[in-house]
Design a protein around this ligand. Sequence first.
Ligand code: PLP
Length: 387
Amino acid sequence: METTPAPALSGFSSLATIDLGAIRYNVAELRRRAGSADLMAVVKADAYGHGLVPAARAALAGGASWLGVAQLTEALELRRAGVTAPLLTWLYVPGADLGAALAADIDVAVTGLWTLREVEAAARECGLPARIHLKVDTGLARGGAWGAEWEELMPAVAALAAEHVVQVVGIFSHFAYADAPQHPTVRAQQERFEGAIAELTRVGITPQLRHLANSAATLTNPSAHYDLVRPGIAMYGHSPVPDLGSSADFGLREAMRLTARLAHVKDAPADQGVSYGHTYRTTAETTVGLVPMGYSDGVPRNASNVGPVSIGGERFTIAGRVCMDQFVVDLGRGTSARPGDEVVLFGVGADGEPTAQDWAAATDTISYELVTRVGARVARTWIGGEA
Ligand SMILES: *Cc1c(COP(=O)(O)O)cnc(C)c1O
């Protein structure tokens, strides 16, 4: 596997260390919780910032039998890297190169009438049947067909299936409230999903793979597992339902550790405003440390004065505004911190360092956003890969 050993931290301003062993472990755990259902590892958005190809390989090693991505370019990248596992892509626009998808043995979502027409055209041109998964909108009101479009889509698909222009592999949908399993929309969406499957059966289509569950539903709603579950965030070790249970409660391990190194340490007087706008003021003589990561590296600007870090095993909060390239920490008097010391933004949390969920809570977002937005300047390294 094309993973590099962890480099010494030396020389990198900031580093995301991805533990592929944790991804394998989490996928195996999710696979176990999914019972008889198969698992599609969702590796869109560069595997939620964890590296598309290494994360996909780790997920397959952990027991995933499918891979899922949003965009066609992501799917093609996996194929170019030699990943041959069954692969679904579900979000594209008119003019997308669906012929390339079919030629690369990539399953495509059919989300409505225009997508069916483009898939049909690509299949006829390539002379290959298109493997499709029908996306029914059961109430999220996002992608997928519903109402009159769904009614029109079903017989059109049946006609093309009879001609072997398309092969209906799956039907899928997505929850609006998977993170609140008791919410009435959850049951309503499942009923709508099962209704859509029954309607398909009446036009002569029986998809082998019915899939509906994201991470939250995989962990909290066994009735939504059907034939295949589609977890994303949980694979990377984060709880999709932090109000219901932590990652540890679900037996998951955070795969990404985000660190930087102190670029400067200096004394500061009492009553000194810190960083742009002086939104933080020192209360006494102190020592401040400069962390060379900013909002362009994925540290949210609204982490100003609230983002947690750990230095030398001690927790601190960002002092003042997060800038584009840097932020400041008030280290207190008598600190032993020195330039080059490691600053942990988030990790597993076991040694008292913050987790991505701690950052999400501090900045009023979700762990998904923290891990996916880590910027291009942050070096990446992968550990725990299989030999
Ligand atoms: C992103 C995505 C998932 C995975 O969602 P998580 O909440 O990360 O588990 C599953 N299915 C679809 C269609 C998605 O877009």
